[in-house]
Design a protein around this ligand. Structure first.
Ligand code: UN1
Length: 481
């Protein structure tokens, strides 16, 4: 190991962990980005207890102080878009434009929630009883555990940490193990923003040690989590058992419906952007392309031809359109799905192969499957890779039925010019977010982010809707004394 490991941040102090873990660039396995301290369960408990001790002061502090701290964090992120975008692309594998856009989004999320610090007051009601006043106030919930995934190393932490702090909570932040560098840089910025010690704590480590300690600790009033549905459900069960609050953003298996009357170029653009950009590693990615019979042949032909032209390579090379898969485990899993789909009789219309680049990395060419059984794993499971299945359906009604035939309900797209069908789809899709003539991924950050069915549980994230999770209502009746 070279150099000191990057430390954790507990109660206003940078501290070593129990262990260290290497952070490797998925575009170049010879590039070790750094070593990162791994906290123990005991250290995590210490961070939680410090956050609990800091809570009374932070909840009482002027919103102006919260605004200034969050605004400062946002400004530094925006000033460092190039540098932090480069690190994000290096450790996660999304392309530089995607990575820089994410840093930019994280900066603005902090600015949005800085202003939310001013808007935490409740409502006045006219009491039903004369001479009685009635108000509902919003109070912070206490210590919030923030557990984030690797696919948005900055934006997701931003849209959880910023509202937690804005509404007066204290935070224990556990980033995904694969992306500690972006999380460390963000934590370093937060550590210099003027928050009292203990208000923000940063603990890197495993789900078992650190995540488990956060979920189990009685001082953690709520956990906001983004990750897979099985892990979310497990965390949720443990939180429910001790009566803690939860906000769970989990999997997706998002349909993009393409109708006969669609603009073919737009439909192919939406499919490529939604299914393969960010290497298909977005919970909002489209992995089921549901296409009506009249346009099916032309769509498959055009999509396959376009997919074959996509440049797969090092995330930080300017010509790259699709970066590597994030890790070896993810690559192995992606390839297993591809192999099993072929064995099941599906047709691989494009991609799905190893790609060699100038450096050793986890490269996979984007895969287009056709002739897929609607019951197959390819159509049912969230794969989280650059793999999509094109499903042929007879007409709009069959397309809607197929789109809704899914245990998830995150995002759903439709490409068409038929306003009546678009309206019908908007109203009858079982997804929480609808994209019309747009890719299924890529949501505005000031609107709520919310799925249905197996995708989400608890209050939406982002926008003012997230206040529902980060605060609790208190109802105050007051008579004459
Ligand atoms: C987006 O598509 O704008 O983990 C963001 C994810 C989602 C975020 C998607 N929670 O991919």
């Amino acid at each position: 190991m070279t150099g000191n490991p990057f430390p954790n941040y507990i109660s206003g102090t940078w501290v070593c962990g129990n262990n260290v873990a290497a952070n490797i660039n998925p575009s170049d396995l010879d590039d070790t980005i750094g070593y990162y301290a791994q906290a123990s369960a005991l250290q995590t408990a210490e961070a939680i207890e410090c956050a609990a001790a800091a809570f009374p002061k932070w909840r009482a502090i002027s919103p102006l102080v919260r605004f200034e701290a969050l605004d400062r964090i946002g400004s530094e992120l925006l000033a460092r878009v190039d540098e932090m975008g480069d690190m994000l692309a290096r450790e996660e594998g999304k392309t530089l434009p995607e990575a820089k856009a994410e840093v930019h989004r994280a900066g603005h999320l902090f600015k949005y929630f800085a202003a939310e610090a001013y808007r935490t007051n409740g409502e006045m009601y006219q009491s039903l009883r004369e001479g009685v006043s009635l108000k509902v106030v919003r109070e912070p919930i206490g210590v919030v555990g923030v557990i984030t995934p690797w696919n948005f190393p900055l934006a997701i932490p931003a849209w959880k940490i910023a509202p937690a702090l804005a509404y007066g909570n204290t935070v224990v932040f556990k980033p995904a193990e694969l992306v500690p560098a972006s999380a460390w840089m963000l934590s370093d910025i937060i550590a210099r923003a003027g928050l009292p010690a203990g208000v923000f704590n940063f603990v890197m480590g495993t789900g078992g040690d650190v995540g488990g300690a956060i979920v189990a600790h009685p001082d953690v009033s709520g956990v906001t989590f983004t990750g897979s549905t099985p892990v979310g459900r497990k965390i949720g069960a443990a939180l429910f058992a001790r009566g803690a609050k939860m906000q769970l953003e989990m999997g997706g298996k998002n349909p993009l419906v393409v109708l006969d009357d669609a603009d073919l170029d737009l439909a192919v653009h939406c499919a490529i952007q939604g299914s393969y950009y960010s290497t298909g590693q977005r919970c909002t990615a489209s992995s089921r392309l549901i296409v009506t019979a009249g346009i099916y042949e032309k769509f498959v032909e055009r999509l396959s031809a376009s997919v074959k032209k996509l440049k797969v390579g090092d995330a930080r090379v300017s010509t790259t359109q699709i970066g590597p898969v994030v890790s070896k485990a993810q690559l192995v899993q992606d390839k297993k799905y591809i192999k099993e789909a072929i064995a099941d009789g599906a047709t691989l219309a494009a991609g799905g192969n190893d790609v060699t680049s100038t450096t050793p990395g986890y490269y996979l060419s984007p895969a287009v499957f056709t002739d897929v059984s609607p019951k197959s794993a390819l159509v049912r499971d969230e794969i989280f890779g650059p793999i999509a299945a094109v499903l042929r359906v007879s007409d709009y009604d069959a397309a809607l039925e197929s789109a809704n035939d899914c245990e998830f309900g995150l995002s759903a797209g439709i490409v068409s010019r038929d306003t009546a069908k678009i309206d019908h789809f908007s109203q009858n899709s079982e997804a929480g977010m609808i994209q019309i003539n747009l890719p299924t991924a890529g949501m505005d950050f000031h609107a709520p982010f919310t799925g249905r069915k197996g995708s989400s549980y608890g209050a939406p994230e982002k926008g003012s809707y997230t206040r529902e999770f980060f605060t609790a209502a208190k109802v105050v009746h007051e008579g004459r004394g």
